[in-house]
Write a protein that binds this ligand. Structure first.
Ligand code: CP
Length: 310
């Protein structure tokens, strides 16, 4: 495919191909003597219409490690503030001839719309509540490296599911790879139509965490709550915040994940987040660079294969 817009269109073989290639980039990134040139001569533009630490920095590093020229657009300082539309902004940048646009946008579907209007490859770096495909892929790589497989695992995703593109992409990917997903959340933080997601739903942490292999915690996404119900942090931490006591309901070797940014003392206890025997949060960040290298490398192979020789 020309773009990476979501997990939705990816089958198990495509997911495995990205993860296998990312595994090789993990090894390369740990060896300072090695280098890659899969994007030599290519130009990548990062367009982030919403704040980011991990995703923007890792796409920039991934592009540079593959030899691309990387430009980070400061979207707040762009002509959007003078009334230019998203599509006009994208087609303007597209006219400068980039090979890859990496786009994050607060509105669900905005990245797909933009991808229809440009001639280069587009990677979705998170759109509203819709999808965050490279996050799900880096989470899958982290799980596969910790557990040795992606099938027949029990994965609990806990917290603000309703506003989470990370949850949505992870549910799609884990179902596709034949793992079982449990969602643990208060009813107010579950999306409408949850019955169609192919998941089990729990309101209680003790029940939901019982014997799971993986516990994935999510932040309360206040920026997307639109004036709706916002739980008190104290009450929320008491019922849904993960600490060592609640983790004891999961399997003894269950791993703890968080896509970041995390709010210590709200959805996760700080000492558990830092416990290297249980938490793989740092590994997730490392896998993020490798997965983004793999995704861009594979897109570049697709467009080079499609090029007509002169
Ligand atoms: N996980 C994630 O998307 O983090 P950032 O918002 O910092 O990019």
């Amino acid at each position: 495919d020309r773009h990476l817009l979501g997990i939705e269109p990816l089958g198990p073989a495509a997911i495995t191909e990205i993860l296998d290639r990312a595994d090789r980039y993990v090894a390369l990134n740990r060896d300072p003597g090695r280098h890659a040139d899969a994007l030599a001569g290519a130009t990548l533009i990062n367009m982030f219409f919403e704040s980011s630490t991990r995703t923007q920095a890792s796409f920039e590093l991934a592009g540079k490690r593959l030899g691309a020229d990387v430009m980070n657009m400061a979207m707040q300082a762009s002509s959007l503030s003078k009334g230019e539309t998203l599509i006009d902004t994208a087609t303007t940048l597209n006219a400068m001839g980039p090979d890859l646009l990496v786009v994050r946008h607060p509105h669900s579907g905005a990245v797909n719309l933009l991808a229809e209007k440009v001639t280069c490859a587009v990677l979705n770096a998170g759109d509203g509540r819709h999808e965050h495909p490279t996050q799900a892929l880096l989470d899958a790589l982290t799980i596969r490296r910790a557990k040795g497989r992606l099938h027949r695992l029990s994965v609990a995703i806990c917290g603000d599911i309703a506003h989470s593109r990370v949850a949505r992409s992870n549910i799609l990917l884990l179902n596709r790879m034949e793992s079982r997903v449990r969602l643990i959340a208060p009813p107010t933080l579950l999306p409408k139509g949850i019955e169609g997601f192919g998941v089990e739903v729990f309101e209680d942490m003790e029940e939901g965490l019982r014997d799971v292999d993986v516990v994935m915690m999510l932040r309360l996404q206040r920026e997307r709550m639109d004036g709706g119900f916002v739980p008190s942090e104290r009450e929320y931490y008491h019922r849904y915040g993960l600490d060592h006591d609640k983790l004891a309901f999961a399997k003894p070797d269950a791993i703890v994940m968080h896509p970041g940014p995390m709010n210590r003392g709200v959805e996760i206890d700080g000492t558990l987040a830092d416990d290297i025997n249980r938490s793989v949060i740092r590994e997730q960040v490392e896998m993020g660079v490798a997965v983004r290298m793999a995704a861009m490398d594979l897109l570049a192979r697709n467009w080079r294969a499609a090029e007509v020789p002169a």
